[in-house]
Ligand binder design. Structure first.
Ligand SMILES: [Zn+2]
Ligand SMILES: [Zn+2]
Length: 52
C-alpha cells in the first residue's frame, strides 16, 4: 500500500490512516503520519475533491 500524498510505501499499519473520499465515497485515501502532520492536501482521483 502507498501513501496517496507522497507515494511512499507504507510498511506498518500503525503508521497511516485510511478513509473514503467524503464527497464521492468511491476512492480510498491512504495517508502516512508524516503527511498528516504536515497536513498535505490530497486530491480524489475520481471527483477531484481536495481535502486536508
Ligand atoms: Zn505520505
Ligand atoms: Zn471523490
Amino acid at each position: 500500500m502507498k501513501c496517496t500524498t507522497c507515494h511512499e510505501n507504507l510498511m506498518s499499519e500503525e503508521n497511516f490512516t485510511k478513509f473514503a473520499c467524503p464527497q464521492c465515497l468511491e476512492t480510498t485515501t491512504v495517508r502516512c503520519t508524516k503527511c498528516r502532520r504536515k497536513t498535505n492536501l490530497y486530491t480524489c482521483t475520481k471527483c477531484d475533491f481536495e481535502g486536508p
